[in-house]
Design a protein around this ligand. Structure first.
Ligand code: AHR
Length: 321
């Protein structure tokens, strides 16, 4: 090949690359998502984080992950850093409901769409976020309460309940409390005699249950825990006090994680209301739609259900978290 022909070919190739490069770069541009997660307080949360990370990888979305270690201030810092990095979309699981308006407005002003995942905020201005993919926590509390109301039909006398609440000010703690109270309302023999936060952790659940047992002893008939981890911690406290969980004290909780199924199979937990943490695929599909300019539903509700201990052994092999 002579030099002239080589030059012509080289310039043609260069021209074709010059035309093709921006187009393919545009077509293949990876969506970048900033994700502010609460922390790793529970088995549920770990499964939720894993679901987000694996779904992002499967969807070809670059995930910038930030663990707030249960602190709202850390979440606000992470959100501001996502704005500075000009991410395409932000996913936020707010640790508590209040105090988000200023930073959410900054996200809106930066024209970055926001997906609330799992928990919600109490902002009046709902235009601050594109959608909320989460749960009906009130309904979950109601399902827990309805289980007790049914069970109470076979019990005599007053039924004294102790309640382990989730993180103070969080949507699931507020709503699961309300739902449970609504469900037991018409039953004057069912009374919540103590209610305190166990912060959604096993350690705190155990500690607070020990205090409940010290104060109320054998007066306690039922434990209602806002999540499985606190229930599992409390079960240890009940056993250490020489009592039988699920028999001397009925144990009701929420989440449906593997640890709860194991406790049910061992006959130590009566019922768990499911709250599936596997939201990752839905969040990633929704993010793609938003970035592509499609309209998405303002509210998407995750999977829930009720698993009494009698169903645990059969269900266990198909549980994914
Ligand atoms: O927001 C969901 C709740 O947070 C889960 O029920 C609990 O386990 C978690 O920490």
């Amino acid at each position: 090949m002579n030099n002239n022909r080589r030059t012509v070919l080289a310039s043609a190739l260069a021209a074709s690359i010059a035309v093709a490069a921006p187009m393919s770069a545009f077509a293949q541009k990876k969506i970048v998502m900033g994700f502010s997660q609460i922390g790793a307080e529970s088995e549920w949360r770990t499964a939720n984080t894993n679901s987000m990370k694996s779904a992002a990888a499967a969807a070809g979305i670059e995930l910038k992950f930030s663990d707030a270690q249960q602190k709202q201030e850390n979440q606000i810092k992470a959100l501001r850093s996502f704005i500075a990095q000009k991410v395409d979309v932000i996913a936020l699981t707010p640790v508590v409901e209040s105090g988000w308006d200023t930073v959410l407005k900054e996200i809106k002003d930066a024209k970055i769409p926001l997906i609330l995942m799992d928990r919600s905020v109490d902002s009046k201005d709902t235009s601050l976020y594109a959608t909320h993919i989460g749960f009906d926590f009130v309904k979950q509390g109601e399902m827990a309460g309805q289980w007790l109301v049914e069970r109470a039909k076979t019990m005599k006398g007053d039924i004294n309940v102790v309640e382990l609440q989730g993180t103070v000010g969080s949507a699931p703690a507020i709503d699961r409390k309300k739902g449970f109270e609504d469900a037991i309302k018409g039953n004057s023999n069912i009374k919540i005699i103590r209610s305190q936060t166990g912060d959604f952790t096993r350690a705190k659940g155990k500690e607070v249950m020990e205090a409940f047992l010290k104060a109320e002893g054998k007066k306690i008939n039922v434990l209602y825990a806002h999540n499985d981890d606190m229930a599992i911690g409390a079960i240890q406290a009940i056993e250490e006090a020489g009592l039988k969980p699920a028999k001397d004290i009925l144990v009701i909780s929420v989440d449906g994680v593997k640890g709860a199924f194991e406790a049910m199979i061992a006959g130590k937990l009566n019922v768990s209301v499911e709250c599936s943490p596997l939201l990752g695929p839905l969040v990633m599909a929704t993010a793609k739609d938003i970035v592509a300019g499609k309209t998405v539903a303002r509210r998407i509700i995750g999977k829930d259900g009720v698993y009494p201990m009698e169903t645990a052994a059969k269900e266990f092999p198909s549980r994914q978290y």
